[in-house]
Write a protein that binds this ligand. Structure first.
Ligand SMILES: CC(C)(COP(=O)(O)OP(=O)(O)OC[C@H]1O[C@@H](n2cnc3c(N)ncnc32)[C@H](O)[C@@H]1OP(=O)(O)O)[C@@H](O)C(=O)NCCC(=O)NCCS
Length: 222
């Protein structure tokens, strides 16, 4: 499914809708300034093992907060998944950088920039396809902004991430306990542009609905 996703993204997306996958539908929303507070909560609730997997080092709370506070929503693209009660259960951070910065072999692409993706899903929400969906969304965005190389750095002991990377067809290089995985992406198409726009529209409706419900519930609690 993930392989087909990169070649016929819109078709695969409609197929997933009509086949009624038994996993709940995952709505990936682009995050902005107003989500920063919830992003802090999300990252702070990752335990020390997950912080190690996500950042490659065991970041203490202050550095986690500093990381979130420094995120520039105009420069990077941040994706999130909210659960039923408007809790931010997953965050994906897509950053673009000149290729010389992210790779030691700039010949990997003729484009000026490459992308790097980092992702975290709360333990309570894992195994529902959220991590994979965030990755797919980031890949579609890269295609639409004409970036053809998507990197992911993680520990090679990170079995789940290795599984997701392999399933997506990424090329993986392992060195000193770390794995550098990258995916070559095809150019954009009308299908990818349409798919990104549709997904964001659906996610915005879902987000607004959940945010309103949450606000109403808080009001009644009071
Ligand atoms: C890695 C992570 C993002 C995955 O999130 P998720 O929402 O559970 O991922 P998905 O549900 O999309 O996919 C998990 C896949 O891994 C598989 N998997 C789970 N545990 C596994 C393991 N120990 N070994 C191999 N595969 C495993 C699942 O079966 C599933 O495969 P499938 O889609 O073929 O059924 C999440 O575990 C996490 O946040 N980990 C901590 C932070 C981290 O490691 N970030 C990555 C580095 S940037």
């Amino acid at each position: 499914m993930i392989g087909r996703f990169f070649h016929k993204p819109l078709g695969a997306w409609f197929e997933a809708l009509s086949l009624g996958d038994d996993k709940p539908t995952v709505r990936v929303k682009q995050l902005g300034e107003r989500d920063r507070f919830r992003m802090r909560k999300h990252f702070l609730s990752l335990d020390k093992d997950d912080r190690l997997l996500r950042f490659g080092t065991m970041l203490p709370d202050e550095q986690v907060i500093a990381y979130v506070d420094k995120i520039d929503f105009n420069r990077d693209t941040i994706y999130g998944v909210y659960n039923r009660v408007f809790k931010l259960v997953a965050v994906g951070h897509l950053a673009f950088a000149p290729k010389e910065q992210l790779t030691s072999s700039p010949d990997v692409t003729a484009k000026e920039k490459v992308a790097e993706f980092g992702v975290s899903v709360l333990a309570s929400a894992r195994g529902q396809g959220i991590g994979s969906k965030l990755f797919q969304r980031a890949a579609i965005h890269c295609r639409n902004v004409d970036v053809d190389t998507l990197y992911m750095q993680c520990l090679s002991s990170n079995q789940t991430m290795m599984h997701i990377a392999k399933k997506a067809g990424m090329t993986i290089h392992r060195e000193c306990g770390e794995a550098d995985a990258y995916l070559r992406l095809p150019p954009p198409s009308p299908g990818t542009v349409m798919q990104e726009a549709l997904e964001e529209q659906f996610a915005t409706i879902d987000y607004t609905f959940k945010a309103t419900n949450r606000a109403a519930a808080k009001l009644f609690e009071r």
